[in-house]
Design a protein around this ligand. Structure first.
Ligand SMILES: Nc1ncnc2c1ncn2[C@@H]1O[C@H](COP(=O)(O)OP(=O)(O)OP(=O)(O)O)[C@@H](O)[C@H]1O
Ligand SMILES: O=P(O)(O)OC[C@H]1O[C@](O)(CO)[C@@H](O)[C@@H]1O
Length: 335
């Protein structure tokens, strides 16, 4: 017996391109004569039976919009057995055959948790700016977040250069350095501090000091930009700037890019990825698939068991790391 009703939700940190993914699910669902329901506020919507039917008219003119039409949320109660059971009962009552979850690795843990209480099909689409989901080259929202970070870092560079100042620019990524590494390579930053490159995810403030001092010795007074991932220093970039000043006399200005990285119109790569994966999710549901995330590897859509997406750590591109920290780090070769 074929499926009749699919549902879609967005969960965890919103990411540019989530709307494009919702649109793709709705349009593909319409193409295949399926009922499409949109649950609001992530797993809260499942627990509170907060949904609406979605038709092509509902997703008109949203492909270019940041945020998510369906709203997003983090939902602690859903992690309990009672929470997931409630969600399962609600899905059953609404006649949902397949649920498409657009979110990050936490949301996929949630999807797997739900599948222990609900017989329907569960399919994940990677939507997070952090790009920290194993099994896909990129997540929906990541490319836009890099561009947003770069646009802002370039602006900081202008003033840093004019005043020959040091800046610490904190970028998002939770515990992953994908945004940080791309932002550093793309902006020509002098230094990058990422969880993957720091021993026990701790910044070596002495090594940072030595690097800055070496730059000043070689170049004299100059602009110097450090890209630092969030969660690497207690108190973040503000505290790191203060500590650096107190311990070494080095003066630097902190800039926290924060949630600006989550907003804005999705760039073309995010729109393409979202459109492709959203449509594919509907076809995968029609083909009876479940317990998978759809991602993209080498420009091809791929299917990854949900549990792999969080149980394996996605590595940074080692070549990007090497060019940033060795080849492009003139200080590492200059005397
Ligand atoms: N271990 C888990 N078991 C059940 N549900 C979970 C689990 N982890 C996360 N969830 C659910 O998924 C929601 C979103 O997870 P989380 O806050 O980690 O964001 P995410 O999906 O990883 O996205 P992002 O990293 O972009 O913020 C949680 O609020 C919770 O409802
Ligand atoms: O908006 P919130 O709930 O504070 O979450 C912030 C986190 O969400 C993300 O923006 C996306 O996962 C992370 O980069 C960041 O650590």
């Amino acid at each position: 017996m074929g499926i009749k009703t699919i549902a879609v939700l967005t969960s965890g940190g919103d990411a540019p391109g989530m709307n494009a993914a919702i649109r793709a699910v709705v349009l593909a669902g319409h193409h295949y004569n399926l009922n499409v329901l949109g649950y609001q506020h992530g797993y809260i919507g499942l627990m509170e039976q907060e949904y609406q039917p979605l038709t092509p008219g509902d997703v008109y003119n949203i492909i270019q919009r940041g945020g998510t039409l369906l709203k997003s949320a983090r939902c602690e109660p859903f992690k309990t057995e009672a929470g997931a059971q409630q969600a399962a009962d609600n899905l059953q009552q609404a006649g949902v055959d397949a649920l498409i979850v657009i979110g990050g690795d936490g949301s996929f843990r949630g999807a797997e948790h739900l599948s222990h209480f609900w017989d329907g099909q569960v399919i994940g689409l990677p939507g997070t700016i952090d790009n920290d989901v194993f099994g896909t080259d990129a997540t929906i929202g990541y490319y836009t977040a890099i561009d947003t970070a770069l646009e802002n870092i370039d602006r900081v560079r202008d003033t840093a250069d004019a005043f020959e100042r040091i800046f610490l620019i904190e970028v998002m990524g939770r515990h992953a350095g994908f945004i940080g590494l791309s932002a550093a390579v793309g902006s020509g930053a002098e230094q990058v501090l990422l969880p993957e490159l720091c021993e026990q995810e701790q910044i070596d403030i002495d090594a940072l000091t030595r690097h800055i001092q070496k730059a000043q010795k070689i170049r004299g007074k100059c602009s110097y930009i450090v890209i630092v991932s969030e969660n690497l220093w207690p108190g973040g970039a503000n505290a790191l700037a203060e500590d650096l000043n107190r311990r070494t006399g080095i003066e630097c200005r902190p800039v926290i890019l924060g949630h600006v990285q989550r907003g804005g119109s999705p760039v073309s790569l995010d729109r393409m990825l979202a459109s492709k994966l959203g449509a594919y999710a509907v076809e995968a549901a029609l083909a009876g698939k479940s317990g998978i995330m759809l991602g993209e590897q080498n420009a091809k859509v791929c299917e990854v068991p949900l549990a792999q997406t969080w149980s394996q750590r996605k590595p940074l591109d080692p070549y990007l790391v090497r060019i940033q920290t060795e080849m492009f780090d003139l200080l590492s070769t200059e005397a």
